[in-house]
Design a protein around this ligand. Structure first.
Ligand code: 5AD
Ligand code: SF4
Length: 449
């Protein structure tokens, strides 16, 4: 019997979710099939994240479960993919005897070969980083749906001092514009309604003189009923041209994820973020002028080395000034190999926790207030399906990525755009009533004309 059933679990960021689809694309081309049940699999793959220590600890815990599975089924192949594979390399097979295959983010093409190595009883290891690999020609394996990711560039050259990504994902490189546009077309033909263009720093996208704004405009043109999102942007590289491109294309969402990390210039410098808080706030003001109604989200780190109470208060101040729609908030976690690793991790754990909690509490309050202000307004919602909690309700999202829940109404289908009047709001969710259907394609074309 041929051993060809793959089970894969994905941890970490959206880039990893997109990579998993590339991995499955590669393996399906070689005759592998996908199973959703680890017990049923011949090969178990874990696509991993190294960004913070707790991410790695969770994955180690999960490997413990797979060890039990392997004890029952000794010829099961267990593979580690992604950032942890890159970071820990051979140590993984040495420390974790259950691991047979270790493949970093730039060597997924070799995965079929490395799985064969494991079938033959050896360890399959591929952890070279590449300056050119973009998996341009690989068609990712995607189940039908409304929302898809496309990674448009890989790697990062920024070297923020806390961040392991430049080491695990290597140097920046961009995919060809034409191949991305072709993929957007294929997704549109399959009925997808939303595409998120992904990269560690999408604003440094560059393909033969085409920058990220050119790419966004080209993708937005493909199908005006398709929403285009993107993440992540670096405050140093977000250009005016990009802001105007968002403003001019109604189907590019008015939503920018713009990690600030800290509100203190001293800390930003130690982080090598290459901007000041004044530059950052100017950028936010400019974006708000050029794109009326634009929303922002951010990433914040609490307790970076040497962070004082005053630095922390500056972060809270910036949050109050910008009023983010949402934030990903983390405690600083020292990562081996980074520059910050050599600084003393001198903010005590309980202080880090307290500061993080203050940041979270403030963000929740701001998100709640922003959502309360939407009560009484009508929002355009892309219907994603039944709500997770009850099949009497639909769930969808606004342009600014807010979840909207409203009662199931005859004539509404997944993938429709509808107007919903908001009548209640929590910190995380808007609730409302269906008003009418929207012909989004024609409305958007009319806005451009
Ligand atoms: N500790 C805590 N948070 C980190 N991030 C990246 N590296 C670390 C680290 N060592 C956060 C940053 C980044 C997001 C993806 O993860 O806020 O923007
Ligand atoms: Fe890491 Fe900074 Fe690159 Fe983001 S921009 S991936 S935080 S090094």
């Amino acid at each position: 019997m041929q051993k060809n059933k793959i089970y894969i679990e994905t941890y970490g960021c959206q880039m990893n979710l997109a990579d998993t689809e590339i991995v499955l694309g590669i393996l399906k081309n070689k005759g592998y099939t996908v199973t959703k049940d680890a017990e049923d699999a011949d090969v178990v793959l874990v696509n991993t994240c190294s960004i913070r220590d707790n991410a790695e600890q969770r994955i180690y815990g999960r490997l413990g479960n797979f060890k039990t599975l392997k004890d029952k089924k000794p010829d099961l192949v267990v593979g580690i993919l992604g950032c942890m594979a890159e970071r820990l390399r051979k140590d993984l097979v040495e420390d974790k005897s259950i691991v047979d295959v270790v493949v970093g983010p730039d060597e997924y093409r070799r995965l079929p070969e490395l799985i064969d190595v494991a079938y033959n009883g050896d360890k399959g290891i591929g952890v070279k980083l590449s300056r050119t690999e973009t998996y341009d020609d690989i068609l990712p394996y995607r189940e039908d749906g409304l929302q898809a990711w496309i990674s448009v560039m890989r790697g990062c050259d920024k070297f923020c001092t806390f961040c392991v990504v430049p080491f695990t994902r290597g140097r920046e490189r961009s995919r060809e514009l034409d191949s991305i546009v072709t993929e957007v077309k294929q997704l549109s033909e399959r009925g997808f309604k939303e595409v998120t263009l992904l990269g560690q720093n999408v604003n440094s996208y560059n393909d033969e003189g085409n920058d990220f704004a050119d790419l966004l405009a080209a993708c937005a043109k493909v199908d005006r009923s398709m929403r285009i999102r993107f993440t992540t942007s670096h405050p140093q590289d977000l250009s005016d041209k990009l802001l105007y491109t968002i403003a001019e294309n109604p189907n590019i969402c008015n939503y920018i994820h713009l990690p600030v990390q800290s509100g203190s210039n001293r800390i930003l410098e130690l982080m090598n973020r290459t901007y000041t808080i004044e530059h950052y706030l100017n950028l936010i003001d400019k974006a708000r002028k050029i794109i009326p109604g634009v929303s922002f989200s951010t990433d914040i780190i609490a307790g970076f080395p040497t962070e004082t109470y005053e630095d922390h208060v500056m972060t809270l101040d910036v949050m109050r000034q910008v009023r983010y729609d949402g934030a990903f908030m983390f405690k600083y976690s020292p990562r081996e190999g980074t520059k910050a690793y050599r600084m003393k991790d001198d903010v005590p754990e309980d202080v880090k926790s307290k500061r993080l909690q203050e940041i979270i509490d403030l963000q929740q309050q701001i998100s709640f207030e922003i959502n309360q202000e939407l009560i009484g307004t009508e929002e355009i919602v892309l219907v994603e399906g039944k709500s997770r909690k009850s099949d009497k309700f639909f769930a969808g999202r606004t342009d600014s990525n807010k979840v909207v829940i409203f009662p199931v109404t005859e004539g509404i289908n997944e993938g429709d755009y509808v107007k919903v009047k908001i009548n209640r709001a929590t910190q995380a969710t808007l609730f409302g009533d269906y008003v009418e259907h929207i012909d989004i394609r024609n409305d958007n074309l009319a806005l451009i004309a």
